[in-house]
Write a protein that binds this ligand. Structure first.
Ligand SMILES: [Zn+2]
Length: 320
């Protein structure tokens, strides 16, 4: 139809025009990637563990990790560390402010690796959290607790897990939890509001196998539940290596709840610091597939709202 109409209107030139239009369609089809997201990033799941800085000697001292954040446009971080000294170091270093990186400090529950398996029943952990909260950091008060793990969701009902959930809600602290969907319900039930006021950030958003439908149902049930997207299987699909795109059902979920998701690096081992550039480039690639306002929300604004940071990070004071 188009071809016949063009021929009638333009005579012999129509064939040339038609060929050009056809070629431009082919060229467009070839360009499968939208432009990457270029705005600010808030890394909502960052660890600065002992082995990363190791008494400031390295292999990733403060200046090294700050350089990685800076060159990737990461302007704020949710920092937690085993033990908490790493976060306290980042929060107190003048280089952090000079780099224009805002630290949102969280209290880690782990003094050492043994604490991973017993924190939910260990009264000395609850005492440590209360003492850290009372002290605060050079960058201001602690804004959350975690990341913690529950390898058996039933331990969400441990005596100390219950106390910590109540403590977090009472102090308006966020909670970064690496748990399955069953534990989300249990943790929420252990808060005074039964989850209606709990600022729970679900690390990896259901990494243990929760379906998109299950994640959707939990987001609907708990109005302040947030999903952090590192290590989330099924988030991106790839036709070929290096060509990851958002999988359709996750793209639909992000568009349904644009104010509920965050990105994070999860630098739980030093190798993740070495891949920091690639991790952030990966986020920028799929964020670029989303409408600009949704991309900015997930990249920055949702975390900024959660932690009272400026909606435009240029407004963050960067002078020492
Ligand atoms: Zn983690």
């Amino acid at each position: 139809m188009l071809y016949r109409q063009m021929l009638k209107e333009n005579g012999p030139l129509a064939l040339v025009k038609y060929a050009c239009i056809a070629m431009s369609f082919i060229a467009t089809a070839d360009v499968t990637h939208a432009a990457d997201y270029t705005g600010p990033l808030l890394d909502a799941h960052l660890h600065y563990n002992q082995e990363a800085w190791d008494g400031q000697a390295g292999p990733h001292p403060v200046v090294d990790v700050l350089a990685r954040m800076q060159r990737n446009g990461v302007r704020a971080i949710v920092s937690n560390s085993r033990p908490n000294d790493g976060t306290l170091l980042l929060a107190s270093s003048p280089q952090t402010r000079q780099a224009g990186v805002t630290v949102v400090p969280f209290i880690r529950l782990y003094r050492n690796r043994a604490d991973y398996d017993s924190w939910f029943r260990d009264e000395t952990i609850f005492e440590m959290v209360q003492a850290q909260f009372a002290k605060g950091t050079a960058a201001g008060p602690f804004k959350g607790i975690g990341e913690f793990h529950l390898y058996d969701s039933a331990n969400a009902n441990g005596a100390v897990a219950k106390k910590l959930m109540a403590f977090a809600e009472e102090k308006n602290l966020a909670v970064l939890a690496h748990v399955d969907d069953v534990a989300i319900d249990l943790l929420m039930a252990n808060t005074p509001s039964k989850g209606q006021k709990a600022r729970l950030i679900w690390a990896h958003t259901g990494i243990a196998g929760a379906s998109v439908a299950r994640v959707d149902a939990l987001l609907a049930q708990y109005p302040l539940l947030m999903g952090e997207l590192s290590y989330r299987p099924g988030l991106t699909c790839a036709d070929a290596p290096g060509q990851e795109r958002l999988c359709p059902e996750w793209r639909a979920l992000l568009l349904k709840y644009p104010s509920r998701f965050l990105i994070g690096s999860d630098t739980w081992v030093n190798q993740r610091w070495q891949y920091y550039d690639n991790l952030m480039k990966g986020y920028r690639a799929w964020l670029g597939e989303l409408p600009a306002d949704v991309a900015k929300a997930i990249a920055w604004s949702n975390g900024a709202r959660l932690f009272d940071l400026p909606s435009n990070p240029a407004a963050i004071e960067t002078k020492p």
